[in-house]
Each structure stands twice: as C-alpha cells, then as structure tokens.
Design a protein around this ligand. Sequence first.
Ligand code: F6R
Length: 360
Amino acid sequence: AKSGYNHFMAKEIHEQPASLRQCLRGRVNELSGSVSVEELSDIDSPESVQLVACGTSYHAALYVARLFRAHGVPAQAHLASEYVTAPAPFDSDSLLIGITQSGETADTLSALREAQRRGASTLAVTNVVGSTAARECDHVVYIRAGPEIGVAATKTFSSQLATGNLLVEKLCASGTKRTSESTRELIPALRDLPNQLQSVIDNSTAKSVVEEYLDYDAYFFIGRGLHRPVALEGALKFKEITYEHAEGFAAGELKHGPLALVTQRTPIFAVVTGDGERAQKTISNIKEVQARDAPVVAVTDGQSEVRRYANHTLEIPQTHPRIAPVLANTQLQLVAYHMADRMNRSIDKPRNLAKSVTVE
Ligand code: F6R
C-alpha cells in the first residue's frame, strides 16, 4: 500500500504532482484564461468572506484569506475552536468557508453550524465526498487529493492551496473586483505547478541539510506575507513528527519577542522568494538572527540574494508569487520527514495525534 515508500507520508509527499493535476483537471482553461469550478456554478460572488479551520487547514485558510483580500474582498481566517467563542458579524452577502480535509473535524463543524444558525451561507472545501461538512454546507468544493493515510497532512494542504486559487478566481471573477492581469499570469503558473513540484521533490537536498541540524535546542520557521502560513505549517509538521520544539513566526514579529529565544542552538528556516521589498525585509530579519549566531536555512528561488547570507539553501523554481508557497512548503515537508526519519519517529502515527479529530 505504501508503493515502495517506507511511510505513507513519503508516498503522499511524492504523490503531490499527481494530486495537484487531479485538483486542477478540467478547472483551468488556458485558452480562455479562466477558471471554472463545476460545483460552484450557482454561487454568488460574496461581499466578504470568513474562513474557519483547524491545524494545517487553518494555515491554508490564512493563505486563502490573503488571496481574497488581494482581490479587494474582505476576508479573515479564524481558528474554528476560537470562532465559536465570538463569531464575527456577517451580512447576507458574506460567505463562510470551512476548510477541512476530512470534513469531520468537530471544531470546524461546530463553527460552520454556528454560522448557519445565524443565517450565513456556507461552503465546505474538503477532500472527502459525502463527509459531514460536505453534506451540511450549502456548497462544497472537493480538493481531489485522493485518500491521505499519514496523520500529518501533506498532499491535502497543497491541494487546499491550489483550490484556494481556483475559488478566489471563480468567486471574485464577476464585477469590478476582478484582477484580470493577475489571473492571466496565474493560469500558466498553475499549469506548471505539478511539474515544478516534481522537480522540487527530485532535487531537494533536505535530507542532507537535516544531518547538519540534529540535536539542536529548537527550530524556528519564519516567512512574510503568503510565506507566513508556510512558516507556520513548516513548524507544525516538524513538531508533529519529530517531537522537537518548533515554532513558526511572521518574519517581522521576531524582533517583537521571539528573538529572545534565538541562539546558535536554534536553526532558523526562512522562506524568502523574489527580490522585492518583502524579500529584502525578510533578509533583514535573517541578518538579525545571524547576529545571534543562529544558523539559517533559506527556502528560496534563484532571484533572492538570501543565498549570500544563508548557511544552506533549499531551492525552488521561480513561479508566480502565489504559487511559490506551495513549492516552498514541499521543501519543509521534506525537512520534517527526513528529520523525523533520521530520529526513528513514528512518522505515520505520531504519538498523541489522530488523523481526524472528532471531539471539541
Ligand atoms: C496536521 C494535521 C491537522 C489537521 C487538523 C484539521 O498535519 O493534519 O492539524 O490539519 O486536525 O483536520 P481537517 O483538515 O480534517 O479538518
């Protein structure tokens, strides 16, 4: 069942080019430069969006919320378990999106039900046909990742991000909010994503890089903008399966507190692509940690001068800024996997964790 891999997690990481192709199939029309999502043929464009999710799916929600905001649609991601403690107000043109791989996460279902009680229109983004979220929501979009066995979510996260792009293109396509230029560039980037992800997997040096960082005190992950959810996700995956202390931070927040933890015993994984102002700011943050002798592993593309500063780099090909997080995240999946494998951890069934969390 593991098709020659030692763990389902390895198999599922390697399945991502195929699962992304499956996610995008028939939904991206290169000739017309448009996106169509069959499940959403009868949904109106929302005036505002709220997203609820847990864990890895919450990191996808943070990413998707940013995409909506980039299209001028107010959008906020909420942890489902917190959302129910103080649901944000919404009006009749708002859409409540629940992102849940399994479609069975109790916290997410509660948040969706609470919103429905208040009259919200709901959309489930899920991997499981016929799941509770799929049945209970007004609308459903399937991420089509195929079954995920490893407790640590990998291919479903990538497909959540890809689906997020489809959703935003579809739901923001009508009216004045459409940013047609960004769509035109996005479509070829989506088309190339499966092959680029394959090349990331084939060429990753994550296995040798982790050898340099065994037995450190803690592992920090930083990123800015769309790379912040990647940093949070990189840390979550790492702590889940290595049992080492790992934290993800917005790069700009380091100096507001976490820097106190940084020493030569705390490697920093920094996600930084492109050569714009955002990348420059993250490079400044990298210099701050290097001044405290922390080793830096940069996940980066060819454009960034971060390689001049980093102790090691994990390379991704150049792509659209919205797609780079998917490729960068794959490198961090491999970092977590190889570190956990090196430490002989129970990768597919980490201690204390369940694949689907059906209690609040
Ligand atoms: C982490 C992980 C969990 C899930 C979370 C939500 O690797 O898998 O954090 O993402 O429990 O699960 P779903 O997406 O099924 O609602």
